[in-house]
Design a protein around this ligand. Structure first.
Ligand SMILES: NC(=O)c1ccc[n+]([C@@H]2O[C@H](COP(=O)([O-])OP(=O)(O)OC[C@H]3O[C@@H](n4cnc5c(N)ncnc54)[C@H](O)[C@@H]3O)[C@@H](O)[C@H]2O)c1
Length: 496
């Protein structure tokens, strides 16, 4: 680990948490072990913060926010550009940690950190334009009104934003919250995912080293299931930006009167029409389903193929899958161990359920060593199987053969999850009709679902989320509108 990160690590080998620009050990005296998914052995440990430390984090963030909101916009942008530069310079150690904490292939881990730095730079620029202008409204556009009132609508900060990212894009989905929050003039309390905590702490060091005012970001660590409720229902929280699974639904129910931005699970389907280019489609499906071992909210998690071409498509998909390399993230294998033993058990359970109900395992018998699961293509999946509806978050691709695309769309719309989806066809009119009929947050035409580029709007419907992200939409989420009305004694008309 480079000296840049020296302060983050405690004498006892445990990583510290960050409060008021100080790296600290928790008064709890307890640490939380982080298991390496590749070995299931402890690889790092972080502080198990106490409720009193959570209180301190919010109080300090509240103080910091008041000063930060008075910091000129160009200075906020300048600060974020410095952070981005430091992240690029110091990316490798963060990427190395991600490999060990979340078993992401080494090259992808590095790419995630650099992409995150790019996201910060883009947010700084977009934020300058977005917050640099407001709106002027005149009263005489409303019936019966004269031009005696001018309304200035401006964008003001929310206050303290609680940011909770998931393990799978621990850095990217942290900065997609932090960047917009800071540009808007908010401060942040960051609660990293347990696996991904050390990578987040190293990332915070990039903010600290860029000259951050104390308290602007405080990062508390601990198990979400233990301090999560305390954080999300804290009286000093002014907004919550969360990405993760169904936990988000509970958080939304308990959140009370604060704005919430939720990016939750998905069951992204690929609808394959009879006229699709099958070679290209198969290649998109394989990459879409199995990148990072299927642990992406936007992974293809279901194929709905018109039955007349299923016998042509399935062998092409299976052929692509069989070519994938399986092994350890340090060796840059395409399929690497999934995040935890319980996740691997869950995934195996879904496959066993489908197998027992008559589905076909096209990739041979189910194979697993520890958390490493060889990629599985499951054909002839039917609606009575869990795989038809649930999110595996692992290297498993179920295929449902449908009589036509109407049946496919009905299946998509019947799922409680509605993040993304995609449709493959050479007929653009058909593509648009199907995309319009799919009740999901996004639909890709002739490519697999994807979150990026990071400035595109990104949202889930139903149980997949609340609100919309993407740089500009996140900037919009991170502020509220305030109006100041100028009242004039008599109507005044510009140039009139
Ligand atoms: N829609 C999206 O953009 C998107 C992006 C990435 C991942 N995801 C989803 O995330 C899930 C995988 O990530 P995960 O396993 O890290 O999700 P998770 O829901 O288990 O955890 C997400 C975060 O919530 C924290 N947490 C856990 N319990 C909490 C509580 N009670 N209160 C507050 N925080 C708590 C965790 O520590 C972690 O930081 C998948 O379902 C995936 O689809 C969605």
């Amino acid at each position: 680990m480079s000296s840049f990160y020296a302060e983050v690590l405690g004498q006892n080998g445990s990583y510290k948490f960050f409060l008021d620009n100080e790296w600290r050990e928790s008064a709890s005296g307890k640490q939380l072990a982080i298991l390496n998914p590749s070995t299931n052995a402890p690889v790092y440990s972080v502080q198990a913060c106490t409720k009193a430390e959570v209180d301190e984090a919010f109080q300090s963030a509240k103080r910091a926010q008041k000063t930060w909101a008075r910091t000129p916009l160009w200075r906020r942008a300048e600060f974020l550009h410095k952070v981005a530069a430091l992240m690029r310079e110091n990316a490798q150690p963060i990427a190395d940690v991600l490999v060990k904490e979340v078993a992401k292939p080494a090259v992808d881990a590095y790419t995630e950190v650099v992409r995150s730095a790019d996201l910060i730079s883009y947010t700084a620029e977009e934020g300058l334009r977005y917050f640099g202008e407001g709106k002027l409204l005149a009263s005489d556009s409303f019936p019966g009104q004269d031009r005696t009132k001018l309304c200035m609508a401006s964008k003001v900060p929310l206050g303290v934003v609680l940011a909770i990212p998931p393990f799978n894009y621990a850095i990217n989905l942290a900065v997609s919250k932090i960047g917009p929050a800071l540009m808007a003039g908010n401060s942040v309390v960051l609660k990293p995912p347990t696996q991904g905590s050390v990578a987040n702490l190293l990332m915070v060091q990039c903010f600290a080293a860029a000259g951050m005012p104390p308290g602007l970001i405080n990062c508390v660590t601990g198990r979400g299931s233990e301090i999560g409720d305390y954080l999300t229902t804290h009286p000093l929280v002014n907004a919550i930006s969360f990405t993760g699974g169904d936990t988000g639904i509970d958080i939304a129910r308990k959140a009370g009167m604060v704005p919430i931005q939720m990016e939750l699970g998905g069951k992204d389907a690929a609808i394959v029409c009879a006229d699709a280019d099958l070679a290209a489609t198969a290649s998109h499906i394989v990459k879409g389903a199995f990148s990072y071992s299927g642990q992406r909210c936007t992974a293809v998690k279901l194929v709905l193929v018109e039955e007349c071409i299923a016998d042509e498509l399935v062998p092409r998909v299976v052929e692509g899958v069989k070519r994938m390399s399986v092994g350890m993230p340090e060796d840059n294998k395409q399929i690497t161990p999934v995040i935890s033993e319980s996740s691997a058990n869950f995934i195996e359970g879904l496959v066993r359920d489908a197998e027992a109900k008559g589905a076909t395992l096209c990739t041979g018998p189910f194979r697993r060593e520890g958390n490493l699961i060889w990629p599985v293509v499951v054909d002839n999946v039917t609606p009575d199987m869990r795989l038809a509806w649930e999110e595996p978050f692992g290297p498993v691709l179920p295929i449902v053969r449908v009589k036509d695309t109407q049946e496919a769309v009905e299946h998509v719309n019947a799922n409680r999850l509605a993040l993304q989806g995609c449709v493959f066809t050479k007929d653009i009119d058909r593509a648009i009709a199907i995309a319009d009929a799919m009740e999901t947050g996004s639909v890709q035409i002739n490519s697999a679902p994807a979150r990026g580029p990071d400035h595109f709007p990104f949202q889930g419907f139903r149980d997949s989320g609340i609100g919309s992200q993407g740089v500009t939409n996140s900037l919009a989420f991170m502020c509220k509108t305030k109006t100041t009305v100028i009242n004039m004694p008599k109507p005044s008309f510009t140039m009139g």
